[in-house]
Design a protein around this ligand. Sequence first.
Ligand SMILES: *[C@@H]1O[C@H](CO)[C@@H](O)[C@H](O)[C@H]1NC(C)=O
Ligand SMILES: *[C@@H]1O[C@H](CO)[C@@H](O)[C@H](O)[C@H]1NC(C)=O
Ligand SMILES: *[C@@H]1O[C@H](CO)[C@@H](O)[C@H](O)[C@H]1NC(C)=O
Ligand SMILES: CC(=O)N[C@H]1CO[C@H](CO)[C@@H](O)[C@@H]1O
Length: 180
Amino acid sequence: MGTAFRIICLILAFHIVFEQSTINASRFKFTNFVCDSVDESWISVHKCRLKAISRDKTTLSFNGTLRKTAKNIRVHGQIFKRASGFKPWLYNITIDGCRFLQRPYNAPAILVYNLFKQFSNLNFTCPYEGQVYVMGFHLSAEGVPVPLPSGEYLILIKWYIDKVLILSTGIYFSFEENLS
Ligand SMILES: *[C@@H]1O[C@H](CO)[C@@H](O)[C@H](O)[C@H]1NC(C)=O
Ligand SMILES: *[C@@H]1O[C@H](CO)[C@@H](O)[C@H](O)[C@H]1NC(C)=O
Ligand SMILES: *[C@@H]1O[C@H](CO)[C@@H](O)[C@H](O)[C@H]1NC(C)=O
Ligand SMILES: CC(=O)N[C@H]1CO[C@H](CO)[C@@H](O)[C@@H]1O
């Protein structure tokens, strides 16, 4: 085996190790997506699921039809972090959905909305009727906009129309920082 060949192997090996430890420094992964408490008089849910695209990429999709005109939407979002069961963590917020769509307010809500709005049709002002969807939403660890400790998380979002709970969506994900 020539010296040149050995050097090339060494460079290649170094390159691979270096790339894995830098590019894959952190990992974000959806682990479950649950839609329940569905009020069929208000909404039918056609799709609520995750799809594994590759080892590092899982997409989230929701597709539903609002059967009536929604003008008064309240959104209650809460974050949980796993620590022998999911415990409330940091945020527990309620926003006026229609007001938000007119002029986004509430920093954590804006942050989450900005992540998924390009994958959805929730981008116009009230009233809402008919199709509502989020299709193929995915996020890489680099896309996570805030420092996040490693762990398992749940974002529980409850959707109310005219003060009636019409849908509850649970988004579970794991985040691992600085793998290597
Ligand atoms: C949502 O589901 C409905 C009913 O199955 C379908 O007609 C529509 O094309 C779907 N929308 C998207 C964005 O996939
Ligand atoms: C979160 O907010 C909701 C609605 O405001 C309230 O009912 C609930 O008790 C709160 N949970 C925690 C853990 O603060
Ligand atoms: C809202 O999203 C839909 C679907 O992605 C897109 O076709 C439409 O142009 C968007 N509308 C606005 C006002 O951004
Ligand atoms: C080993 C491993 O997970 N490699 C991934 C590192 O990140 C790049 C870019 O995101 C992926 O293409 C690799 O598959």
